[in-house]
Write a protein that binds this ligand. Structure first.
Ligand code: GLN
Length: 475
């Protein structure tokens, strides 16, 4: 049986019918990763762990025990998610040799479900970036066009799924880091509502925004992984147990909002056309399409680049060259702090720590940080209004990114890089579930359609995404 490009369902059937063993499957993926190393999507291959896990599944199958869907399925994890006894670098020199002392909650859950962890994927340093060019370990090439970036910060996970180096993957999304690379690599990427998935064991970037989520080739696989990793966790007090079931089997009375602010200046003409075609398909499915306005969208990036750096500066203060990670080993304490952080952190991380420290400093806190929090509340309110009283839409459709994947080295100016998150940041600030779906191409470069739903209506977002996917496949 051809092992390439299989989805969870097909692998499950193949394993059950003994067309291949879990070990053969894992070896196939590990070989492919090694052969196509030039993509630079993996930082660590967890082959020992993977083969051990595969043997266990094979034993279970030979004993004819019940085998669940995720058992034997290779999964890649972004290298800011802790897997006990393996390196977790977060794409940074400062954690180059850091070995995780425990499993993240999502990893614990995946292991229990029998998923096979095959490796840790490359990312922008501490998840700050939109292209993986900020990784201390080199850029991840886009499998569709190797001169282009795979997006970021979870570029390694997106590329791994797109290249067939893993069946599914996990990334983290703070301002778009799952959706944007999914869009650039032509795969599905889902950022759950804030609080749906435990962040315990995720190396923190900006804690009020960070959220773990899956990448896959189709929505069914996203659902399987999401249902495995979600849920309340005593180790993360922001998590909730959500059983918000919304089965939209009938699309007739559903309304989709198209926010005009997402189609203005800066969007590539071909991307806009691609999204408009997708909107028409929703119309054909029976949805009512309505133009809406999210007026505070224009402030979203500015707000994000105050709040995120503020939280980053606090979270990254733990890398002091004393407790763990790289140390410049200087005699004086102050020298040690300064040299460790100067040598251990890359440019973008240092830039954000400085920005964050500035906006939190005594004289500027009110003018920047507190003001940004107020505007964040208005962005939250924008969405609340369209989902309830004002327009009563069920979902919001937007492009995931203003352009397709850009060339490696193309965006030298950090502000130009920040602009690639312009459509993903608002849902992050509002904590809403949002998915990026492949929807056509420009040349051979994929376009991403973003579907945003009301808070905790993650299941509804996934169902609509699946309906769209079915439509795409049949057309
Ligand atoms: N690209 C955005 C940033 O650099 C988002 C990153 C993310 O979601 N982790 O902050």
């Amino acid at each position: 049986m051809e092992l390439e490009n299989l989805t969870i369902e097909k692998i499950h059937k193949g394993l059950m019918k003994k067309e291949f063993s879990a070990k053969e499957l894992v070896k196939f993926y590990l070989d492919k990763i090694k052969k196509e190393k030039d993509l630079n999507d993996f930082l660590t291959i967890t082959d020992k762990l993977a083969l051990k896990q595969a043997e266990k599944i094979d034993d279970k199958i030979s004993r004819r025990e019940k085998v669940e869907k995720l058992e034997g399925i290779p999964i890649a994890l972004k290298d800011n998610i802790l897997v006990q006894e393996y390196k977790a670098t977060a794409g940074s020199k400062i954690l180059e040799n850091y070995i995780a002392p425990y499993d993240a909650t999502v990893v614990k859950k995946l292991k229990q479900a029998g998923a096979i962890i095959i490796g840790k994927t490359n990312l922008d340093e501490f998840a700050m970036g939109s292209s993986t060019e900020n990784s201390a370990f080199g850029v991840v090439k886009n499998p569709i066009d190797k001169d282009r970036v795979s997006g970021g910060s979870s570029g390694g996970s997106a590329a791994a799924v797109a290249a067939g180096h893993s069946v599914v993957a996990l990334g983290s999304d703070t301002g778009g880091s799952i959706r944007q690379p999914a869009s650039f690599c032509g795969v599905v990427g889902f950022k759950p509502s804030y609080g749906m998935v435990s962040r315990y064991g995720l190396i923190a970037m900006a804690s009020s925004l960070d959220q773990i989520g899956p990448f896959a080739k189709n929505v069914e696989d996203i659902k399987i992984v999401f249902n495995t990793i979600k849920g309340q966790d005593d180790f993360d007090s922001t998590t909730i147990d959500s059983e918000l079931k919304n089965n939209h089997s009938d699309f007739e009375n559903l309304k989709i909002g198209i926010p005009k602010e997402y189609f203005g200046e800066g969007i590539d003409k071909d991307v806009k056309e691609g999204i408009e075609k997708a909107i028409n398909k929703f119309r054909n499915l029976g949805f009512e399409i309505k133009e809406i306005s999210l007026p505070y969208t224009e402030y979203a990036l500015a707000v994000y680049y105050i709040i995120a750096p503020a939280e980053i500066s606090a979270n990254l203060s733990r890398y002091d060259g004393i407790k763990y990670g790289f140390s410049a080993k200087q005699k004086s304490l102050l020298d040690n702090y300064l040299k460790t952080r100067a040598k251990g952190f890359g440019d973008e991380v240092r830039r954000r720590v400085m920005l964050g420290t500035y906006v939190l400093s005594a004289g500027y806190r009110d003018a920047y940080y507190n003001k940004a929090q107020k505007v964040r509340a208005m962005i939250v309110n924008d969405f609340k209004k369209v989902f309830s009283s004002q327009d009563c839409v069920d979902f919001v459709l937007t492009p995931t990114t203003p352009t397709t994947a850009f060339k490696i080295g193309e965006k030298k100016d950090p502000l130009a890089m920040y602009l690639s998150d312009i459509y993903t940041v608002p849902a992050s600030l509002a904590g809403l579930p949002a998915i990026s779906m492949p929807c056509g191409e420009v040349g051979k470069l994929p376009i991403g359609l973003q579907i945003i739903g009301p808070q905790f209506k993650d299941n509804s977002v996934l169902e609509i995404a699946q309906a769209f996917e079915n439509m795409e496949q049949s057309s």
